[in-house]
Design a protein around this ligand. Structure first.
Ligand code: V55
Ligand code: FE
Length: 485
């Protein structure tokens, strides 16, 4: 008999949902363009079982992937758990067997040595597979059409690391998936590996290297010529795990590094640049002009994760967790070892940065972020940031509405940069319903052109991506089935 705790992580909007199912032809308020053909995938942590240790953090829930399939002006909905090894083992046992977030010392002995991944951080499509991703474990391959799970995926033995990033990027020029792992030689190790994988699944690059200290290497930057890894002191140690502290803590006394790997080079070609202490997690985009490298990230003065507390015991500092899109510049020709500059691009306060990914690795203009309401009574918002002017267009959600990460959809394959739509989940915090909102990407301030109603509660979610219909038609299928014409 399940008994979920009566704690903030499991009550109110954090109450687990655990519903898998299908809703055909969602109720739509407004208009969905009839030529929009594809699917929006996104993932939410949604604990299947009451936590082994009595309570848990939101980042440790089992990955539940939602698919919104757009075609002929209508939208079908489907959501399924990712069948990770953890999910399967716990389902068989009928209870939780894995303990605290990234602390195997807290697990039931029966699962020692097993992958602990929850696949709760990204739903990412490449080479015909939908991948459910959690950065502490390998990628989990899924059928993008049915949301059935194939299982852990080692790319035909080409990737042997026990971990795989939740933030791969596609090089728009080649279609290659550029990706990495950290803690590549085991928990808490400073080892990383960078890979490039073709759409046919062939590994074309692999570089192993080390970072100066163990850190949460959550996202990275990719330019035409470089892969960029920002080392920010969200760090850990065996002492923390043995003491039962949260895996990560933020250390305000440690420097930040940008590790630059030339994509054509090897570990010996890496250059590292150092900046004073700051907080940065996600990357909007990066690009280079010769040896000059630009890296755009929402930067905050201090920690943004209250559940990964200050290592020296300082209380969480709300105002200092506000982040602004900031451009870091480094020059590979310089031997100063320091950043050339850190320039704030916009006054909009937000995180979860996304852009028109056809312009990934290149100079770009349009970005979108989830606005962070700071202070009581503040509302969630969606911001469109023009990186050339710093101007932001903002739409504010209503009271009792939470928003999630925006995702850009190009209007057509060859539409100009930023011409298209934004989709974004809206959670109702008062009536147990949700919407997928659809905006004209460059006029978000005019409000959504459509609200696609989801007749159930969606939980706090992480990342999502759009997959065009023509890609879905070619996607790998787990079950042979008739495909609707
Ligand atoms: C993030 C989310 C995670 C995680 C590490 O920054 C970083 C987001 C949902 O899990 O494990
Ligand atoms: Fe992320």
């Amino acid at each position: 008999m399940a008994k979920f705790p009566n704690s903030p992580s499991f009550t109110g909007v954090f109450e687990p949902i655990r519903i898998e199912g299908d809703v055909t032809d969602l109720d739509i308020e407004g208009e969905v363009p009839a030529d929009l053909d594809g699917a929006f995938f996104r993932v939410q942590p949604d604990p299947k079982h009451p936590p082994l240790l009595g309570d848990d953090i939101a980042f440790n829930g089992d990955g539940m992937i939602a698919q919104f399939r757009f075609k002929d002006g209508r939208v079908d909905f489907k959501q399924r758990y990712v069948r990770t090894d953890k999910f399967n083992l716990e389902e068989k046992a009928g209870r939780a067997l894995f303990g605290a977030y990234r602390n195997p010392l807290t697990d039931d002995p029966s699962v020692k040595g097993r992958y602990r991944g929850t696949a709760n951080t990204n739903a990412f499509f490449h080479g015909g597979y939908l991948f459910g991703l959690k950065e502490d474990s390998p990628a989990v391959a899924m059928d993008a059409n049915s949301l059935e799970t194939f299982g852990y995926h080692d790319f035909d033995g080409q990737i042997t690391s026990p971990t795989f990033t939740a933030h791969p990027k596609i090089d728009p020029e080649t279609g290659d998936m550029c990706c990495f792992s950290y803690a590549s030689k085991g928990l808490l190790t400073r080892d990383m590996v960078y890979w490039e994988i073709t759409p046919e699944g062939k590994k074309t690059r692999e570089v192993a290297f080390e970072i100066p200290y163990y850190a949460m290497m959550h996202d990275f930057g990719l330019t035409r010529d470089y892969a960029l890894f920002h080392v920010v002191p969200i760090t850990s140690s065996w002492e923390r795990l043995q003491a039962g502290l949260p895996h990560f803590g933020f250390d305000t006394t440690m420097p930040v590094h940008l590790v630059v790997l030339p994509r054509g080079g090897d570990a010996k070609d890496i250059k590292m640049f150092t900046a004073p202490n700051l907080f940065a997690s996600h990357v909007m985009n990066a690009f280079n002009d010769g040896t000059k490298i630009y890296f755009d990230t929402p930067e905050a003065k201090n920690n943004m994760f209250p559940f990964f507390p200050d290592i020296h015991g300082a209380p969480f500092n709300g105002p200092e967790s506000a982040s602004h899109l900031t451009r870091w510049t480094v020059d590979m020709d310089s031997n100063s070892g320091e950043f050339e500059s850190r320039e704030r691009l916009s006054e909009f306060v937000g995180e979860f940065p996304r852009m028109d990914e056809r312009y990934n690795t290149e100079a770009y203009r349009h970005g979108w972020m989830l606005g962070m309401g700071m202070g009581p009574g503040s509302r969630a918002s969606l911001g469109h940031v023009d990186t050339s002017t710093g101007q932001a267009k903002v739409w504010q959600a209503g009271a009792n509405r939470a928003l999630q990460e925006p995702c850009f959809i190009p209007k057509s394959k060859d539409a100009p940069e930023g011409e298209g739509y934004i989709v974004q989940i809206q959670q109702h915090q008062d009536d147990g319903k949700s919407d997928l909102l659809l905006f004209d990407a460059q006029h978000v301030d005019e409000g959504p052109m459509a609200a696609i109603h989801v007749p159930l509660r969606m939980r706090f979610g992480l990342h999502g991506n759009w997959v065009p219909g023509e890609e879905l038609a070619k996607a790998r299928r787990k079950t042979t089935q008739a495909v609707a014409a």
